[in-house]
Design a protein around this ligand. Structure first.
Ligand SMILES: CCCCCC/C=C/CC(=O)SCCNC(=O)CCNC(=O)[C@H](O)C(C)(C)COP(=O)(O)OP(=O)(O)OC[C@H]1O[C@@H](n2cnc3c(N)ncnc32)[C@H](O)[C@@H]1OP(=O)(O)O
Length: 719
């Protein structure tokens, strides 16, 4: 609703009330229309202030209304009647004004923001554009380049930046509503013509065509197939080149295409999924609302390789005191230098002071005796990790949370080495750990809800999107990656090239195809793991058994590449060739093509033409099938958890919503039918056998993704 009151004898105060963010749902819109009518028709009222309750101006349109039969007054005429009012209307922005909330403020004659408030037009992140005239008013107010930046990125800006851009007229340090009321009184009688943004001409831009062409090109390169950023540019272009009324018509047309698009549905699903996963739960019934963490003041990082360095930086930048331990002399010296550089660069980017003083370096494990939490980041070797956990359990004070940054290994085996296994959890960061947003928090059968709560809270403080998952090989992300990568290798054997596969995946929207990722992360990493698992045979093995290991199909291609010393970017040669070791510019390599031809000839494989469609179906459906198994096993609490892990940690295109949402969009019967087809053709690839949960969902009429948790309840959980 919107509450109307008369304050200071002459100011009509309209307060938006729709907790938690005062979204512009139908009831609020009705309330605004009624309140404005009252204010404008009351002769005592000389000016109007609009604010939001509980320190929040407005989070925009009510996203939950999208996709429903939207009733109630539309936004555009409402904002026009505010702008046309013959009494000054002032927006008092506390907390934030986002999307429709900022568009409401742009319909007012003046905007006053609290110094801690943020504003933005984040519609693009929901697959939309600011279609309540925001795409037409903002460029008229702050100019085309600044508006293009805000509208195409959706970024939230501070009140200070908004003031600098001319988006707000004044910044208040204290009571914003009081300031706005006084301000509203002070402008009574002043001409309002110059305050009506829709009357403004866009500030002229030299070479407007060149500007838009450049921006469009950049966006086409970076948007990875997302349509909303492109529509945003087109809408701003309309503002820059057309009269307001025509620009508004263009905005409406563009929005009509976006509003019902699959991309908008996917992005809006991601918005809510991100919030769903923060309300974590464990199969034993423990959950975010019943489990309290403990405050963490001081943390330690053990092992200062690539991951440990990033974790130490992320902790220090969040404000924690960190003890960074590395026992090997050379690694210790290198790490100190590298961490200092990372902190400097971070400080330069954020404008904050580098947090050097937050980190104490030590080569001695005794230095961590008084920390509240440890994150172990030593080499991915179970024997080594077990030894470290035994030492940690001896050295640390009782009650210290012991976390491991393992990406695949069984955390229960590490917990078994400690005196308090209930305090052991996985904190699986993604490289580079101070940049990547995802954190998998892994609980084992003995992890206490308190330990999970601590890791989840720590992740949140560090600005990570944290997802609680169960303990199994590879957890969620890496477990699902395996069948996807297996399929990519099998496709090479059948006739594809790395370029063909990567192109199909990149056109789908992945940041990088499977083989470019291999080259980036190093082919030797997986080779070492496979050797430990007893999967690698010298020369790839021979005869029929060369392509079978432990009873299932195996491709030795990755092993053979490693035998040739082709580890990827770091050696300048991998699935692609690079100008020099460490270079990132991947070029197709004729050597790889010959290598594949020789391999096929050796194994009697006849290359066939492989379509992009087949690449996507084989790689993605195998991955999705594993996702269903993960749900079936109770490793992830719901499809949202899997999707958020893939969107934030594995380069899955957000506008496709994550693998499970994608399956829901494609249609579960289609996914099932294709998996059945591939499984029949490849009986020695068990990951292509459709799993029970998928069959069950299809048999029960393929309910929408929001109902999958219901269906999962009756399926066996391993935990
Ligand atoms: C042709 C048809 C024309 C239609 C025209 C429609 C025009 C649309 C323009 C728009 O306005 S689209 C919406 C633009 N707004 C946003 O994108 C803002 C989204 N919200 C946020 O970014 C954040 O929530 C926040 C406002 C910055 C607050 O962050 P905070 O961390 O404090 O809280 P959250 O946990 O994120 O949110 C709390 C709670 O509120 C729900 N929520 C937030 N925003 C909205 C919203 N706009 N609509 C509905 N619900 C919203 C959020 O889901 C949380 O709910 P939960 O149940 O507690 O999880």
């Amino acid at each position: 609703m919107a509450q109307y009151s008369l304050v200071s004898g002459s100011v009509g105060l309209i307060t938006l009330k729709n907790p938690p963010v005062n979204a512009l749902g139908a009831v609020v819109r009705h309330g605004i229309v009624d309140s404005v009518e009252k204010a404008l028709s009351d002769p005592k009222v000389k000016s109007v202030v609009i604010c939001g309750q509980n320190g929040m101006f407005c989070g925009g349109a009510d996203i939950k209304e999208f996709g429903t039969d939207m009733k109630g007054p539309p936004l555009i005429p409402m904002f026009h009647s505010l702008e046309a009012a013959n009494k000054p209307v002032v927006a008092a922005i506390e907390g934030g004004a986002f999307g429709g909330g900022l568009e409401l403020a742009l319909g007012c004659h003046y905007r006053i923001a609290h110094s801690k408030a943020k504003v933005g037009l984040p519609e693009v992140t929901l697959g939309l554009l600011p279609a309540a005239a925001g795409s037409q008013r903002l460029p008229r107010l702050i100019g085309v380049p600044a508006a293009l930046n805000l509208i195409t990125t959706g970024r939230h800006i501070t009140a200070a930046e908004a003031l600098q851009l001319g988006l707000v007229d004044q910044v208040a340090d204290h009571n914003t509503v009081d300031t706005a009321v006084k301000f509203a009184q002070s402008v009574v009688g002043k001409s309002l013509d110059s305050r009506r943004i829709s009357n403004f001409q866009c500030p002229p831009v030299p070479n407007v065509d060149v500007l838009f062409e450049e921006v469009m090109q950049k966006i086409r390169q970076t948007s990875r197939g997302a349509i909303a950023p492109i529509a945003c540019v087109q809408a701003v272009r309309a503002a820059a080149t057309l009269p307001y009324k025509d620009g508004l018509q263009k905005e409406k047309e563009l929005m009509a295409t976006l509003f019902t698009s699959g991309q908008a549905r996917s992005l809006q699903y991601c918005f809510f999924a991100q919030r769903v996963v923060s309300r974590w739960s464990m199969p034993n019934g423990a959950s975010w609302d019943t489990s309290k963490g403990r405050p963490i003041h001081k943390a330690a990082v053990i092992g200062l390789g690539t991951m440990g360095r990033g974790i130490a930086v992320a902790l220090a930048q969040t404000g924690f005191s960190v003890v960074a331990v590395e026992t090997q002399e050379k690694q210790f010296m290198d790490a100190k230098k590298a961490v200092a550089g990372m902190l400097e660069r971070g400080a330069k980017r954020s404008g904050k002071v580098a947090a050097h003083d937050k980190i104490i370096y030590s080569q001695n494990l005794q230095a961590i005796a008084d920390v509240d939490l440890v994150i172990e980041a030593v080499f991915e070797d179970m024997a080594l990790k077990k030894r470290v956990f035994r030492q940690l359990s001896d050295v640390c004070k009782p009650g210290t949370f012991l976390c491991t940054n393992t990406s695949t290994l069984d955390i229960d085996q590490m917990a078994a080495e400690t005196r308090q296994p209930e305090l052991v959890v996985g904190m699986h960061f993604f490289a580079p750990a101070h940049v990547m947003k995802l954190l998998e928090v892994v609980y084992g059968p003995r992890s206490s809800p308190e330990a999970v709560a601590v890791a989840m809270q720590l992740g949140k403080k560090m600005g990570k999107v944290s997802v609680a998952v169960g303990n199994c090989r590879g957890f969620v992300g890496n477990r699902m990656l395996k069948p996807y990568r297996d399929q990519a290798y099998f496709l090479l054997e059948e006739g594809a090239t790395p370029e063909l596969i990567d192109q199909a995946l990149e056109e789908f929207g992945f940041a990088m195809g499977a083989f470019k990722v291999y080259d980036l992360s190093g082919l030797d990493v997986g080779w070492k793991v496979r050797k430990e698992e007893g999967l690698v045979l010298p020369g790839g093995g021979s005869g029929k058994s060369a392509r079978i290991r432990q009873g299932v199909r195996y491709s030795p291609l990755g092993d053979l590449m490693c035998e040739e010393g082709r580890f990827g970017q770091k050696t300048g040669r991998g699935w692609y060739q690079y100008d020099k070791p460490g270079s990132r510019d991947a070029k197709p390599d004729p050597w790889v093509h010959r290598f594949l031809e020789d391999y096929r000839a050796r194994h009697g494989l006849v290359a066939r033409r492989i379509s992009n469609q087949e690449v996507l179906e084989r790689c993605l459906y195998a991955m999705i099938n594993e996702g269903f198994r993960i749900l079936e096993d109770g490793i992830a609490a719901g499809p949202e958890d899997i999707d958020i892990i893939y969107v934030f940690g594995y380069g899955w295109p957000r506008h496709r919503g994550g693998p499970m949402f994608y399956a829901n969009m494609v249609g579960l019967p289609i996914v099932l039918e294709r998996l059945e087809h591939f499984a029949q053709a490849n009986p020695d690839v068990p990951t292509l056998q459709p799993c029970n949960l998928l069959r069950k969902l299809v048999a029960s009429g393929s309910p929408p993704i929001s109902k999958w948790r219901e269906a999962m309840k009756n399926v066996h959980s391993q935990l």
